[in-house]
Design a protein around this ligand. Structure first.
Ligand code: HAM
Length: 432
């Protein structure tokens, strides 16, 4: 029987894991410099957490099951709903704003293709109890800071405000449920389907045409004035546009000018209410969106008070893919720094003892475990990236010494056993 991993999942081997760890650490460090603290939530939750307000698309994509107690559970497709639950369960009384970040796998039952998996990782954050547009500006600056830190090039941040489209639809008396359906189609960018839906929902022709015009509008700040003219008869949409304008001004204080206004951003999830943004990298093709987020009202939907919340998540796998395409190799450590080699079977136990001494100083060290001859050990140590080999021979041991071999220069020298770990620390540090 051939054992296969499930469709849409991946195994990660050593080098790739080191690269992923490096990127994870780099991004987490940036989140922490903005005052975010890490949280972890369960991989599975009650199904209802996601069906309540995550949107038609997500619900169809959820992996769900009943456990032995008959409870309806789901593998999490995203982490904003779990964070809103944590807030309601434990953090309502905490001083605000609360800044939380997370890194974890998500599961969506979708058609696997390049950059689209059934298990994938998100690194994201939620800022609960802040004020727009201040927190939105800071969050967008944070997202862009992460990408700068990774030296990721050629990304574009697109900004919009859902209040503009929803303002028009509200004025037309379109129900929330119908609005969610419209937003889902806008998110897919399917204009034909959208036209059909606008007709079906009997949306006034003028408003329908304005909607169609708006979703095609993207450009620099200058387009705001054009939009103002187009939506002049829709006061609540205008208010949202002004919010967006304020956000753009504020972003400049955060040192950030490189964005595009894009009124076609609708987001695939239903809980967004105000500012939304997505980050694209064209080189990725169809799955070019490496991050998405915005301001949402999930806590209120879950029965809490109205608390302004903003967040975003990077599709971690897509960020890794961009770095690969760009040929940016994260610096990775070799498996080993030191290999301890008994020269003969009699010195094996001494070798174990010495290896332990060195490991306790935090040096990546391996010791011979399969009884190979010295020549083979040296070649294995070299392939494992060990710069130094500690040769443990009976004659040296009698003098209280070992032989230290530098694999790069080939030099060998005798060192007192009790000083070997300190000598290695010095040598390794001098190489950094
Ligand atoms: P989302 O846009 O659904 O937003 O997902 C965030 C990111 O996860 C996407 O931009 C994309 O890069 C990545 N992603 C989504 N699906 C897949 C997949 N099947 N395979 C690989 N990568 C994928 C959210 O999930 C929101 N919870 C973000 C947020 C946080 N909004 C507010 N706070």
């Amino acid at each position: 029987m051939e054992l296969q991993k499930p469709r849409g999942t991946r195994d990660f081997l050593f080098e790739e894991m080191k690269e992923r760890k490096f990127v994870e650490k780099t991004m987490k460090k940036v989140f922490e410099t903005y005052g975010y603290q890490e949280i972890k939530t369960p991989i599975f939750e009650d199904l209802s957490l996601f069906t309540l307000k995550s949107g038609e698309g997500i619900i169809e994509e959820i992996y769900h099951f009943q456990d032995k107690g008959g409870r309806d559970l789901a593998l999490r497709p995203e982490l904003t709903a779990p964070v809103a639950r944590i807030y309601l369960n434990q953090l309502q009384k905490s001083p605000k704003p609360i800044k939380m970040y997370y890194f974890g796998s998500c599961f969506r039952y979708e058609r696997p293709q390049a950059g689209r998996f059934r298990q994938f990782w998100q690194l994201g954050c939620e800022l609960i109890g802040g004020k727009s547009p201040d927190c939105e500006a800071e969050i967008i600056a944070l997202a862009s800071h992460c990408l700068e830190e990774l030296k990721l090039e050629d990304y574009q941040i697109h900004l919009g405000n859902l209040g503009i489209l929803r303002g028009i639809l509200n004025q037309e008396g379109v129900s929330n449920h119908q609005q969610d359906q419209i937003m889902a189609i806008v998110d897919k960018g399917d204009v034909l389907e959208l036209k059909k839906l606008l007709k079906e929902f009997k949306i006034d022709e003028k408003s329908g045409n304005i909607l169609l015009e708006l979703i095609g509008m993207h450009g620099h700040r200058e387009i705001i004035d054009d939009v103002k003219k187009i939506i002049a008869d829709y006061p609540s949409a205008l208010e949202s546009l002004e919010e967006l304008e304020k956000l753009l001004t504020m972003l400049e204080s955060f040192g950030f000018r490189d964005y595009l206004v894009n009124l076609g951003i609708a987001r695939g999830l239903d809980y967004y209410t105000g500012c939304v943004f997505e980050i694209y990298v064209e080189g990725l093709g169809a799955q070019k969106q490496i991050s998405g987020g915005g301001t949402y009202n999930l806590i209120e939907v879950f029965g809490g008070e109205k608390v302004e919340s903003t967040g975003f998540a990077f599709g971690f796998d897509r960020v890794m893919e961009v770095l690969k395409i760009q040929k940016t190799k994260p610096p990775i450590k070799s498996r080993l720094e030191v290999f301890v080699a008994p020269i003969s079977p009699e010195t094996k136990l001494n070798a174990f003892e010495i290896a332990q001494q060195i490991r306790k100083k935090g040096i990546r060290t391996d010791v011979e475990l399969v009884g190979r001859k010295l020549k083979k050990i040296l070649s294995f140590a070299d392939n494992s990236g060990a710069r130094f080999v500690v040769l443990v021979g009976a004659r040296d041991l009698k003098n209280g010494e070992i032989t230290l071999k530098d694999m790069r220069s080939g030099n060998q020298e005798q060192i007192p056993i009790e000083t070997i770990a300190d000598v290695l620390i010095q040598r390794i540090n001098s190489l950094k």
